[in-house]
Design a protein. Sequence first.
Length: 342
Amino acid sequence: MERKIIDLRSDTVTKPTEAMLKAMMEAEVGDDVYREDPTVLRLEQLAAELLNKEDALFVTSGTQGNQVAVLTHCHNGDEVILEADSHLFYYEGGAMAALAGVQTRTLTGSRGALDAAQVERAIREKNIHLPRTTLICMENTHNRAGGAVISPEKMKAVYDVAHAHGIPVHLDGARLFNAAVALGRDVTEFTQYTDSVQICLSKGLSAPVGSILAGPKDYIEEARWWRKKLGGGMRQAGYLAAPGIIALTEMVNRLAEDHQHARLLAEGLSKFPVRVLPVDTNIVLIDTQGTGMTALELLAKLSEEGIRASDFDRHVVRFTTHRHITEQDILDVFQAFEKILA
Ligand SMILES: *Cc1c(COP(=O)(O)O)cnc(C)c1O
């Protein structure tokens, strides 16, 4: 019998639901570069409403959404303040420097959350010697901090400092709906403290492709021009927007189940000689040093048992729960650990 693979590498491995596939087949489409795709227009309007922003743009990926956001906010030579482990800085191939030509001012947060006083100290004064600080970025949930939730109150503190200095804020909300579900608060409680926001449709929300960048009307108009320059102007994109609409309307509440599975996984793993980091949402980080194995060594052993996860650092492994992971899968992970560490 072919063994089932338990794929905990990422929530991006989720496949579209039956309802999504049906919606794709039936989507009404047109040429979206001419703004004639009714399904894309419907997705953008829906996303803008849910995020409480004036307008929204359907982009190919989270990375494209973030980079278009930076390009739209900044000029080259500007300085951007962001968290030292943020996706924008860590995982986007140096695109901020390569494409927008900005330099980064990284601050180490506390479980991913920037400290408002530290942000204020990092903002450049007007001085002929200095670059201009023209953007502050936050990330929620924070991936490398283990899916950590940043509360709206913490976001407000940073947002207030930014606005006191006339600097816009961008939120990398790839997993913002996970944060909202985890705290039982509406997503707009978070987005009120950012000028622009990027959310991924293709992670736990299970759409096959795409992200949304939302913000003020004139900002999104400018972002649309940057998206085209980056090759992100898509034609009959309604086939991809249709599952995105289902992602936003039908797939948000079920994220609670992923969080429950992550907590179950964390509880069980804490009985083994690994250090389990705090769990807020659907990501579980473990430090493998107590096992005498590196992350890659442990991943190789897990792979032999049909379990896949990601290496996050020399001794840190990331497990991500999602729609295809069941409670039985989590129990199977414990059994694999018993075997590997026996
Ligand atoms: C996944 C992710 C992105 C990028 O999304 P892609 O669609 O993979 O480009 C950006 N930020 C965070 C925090 C992410 O987890």
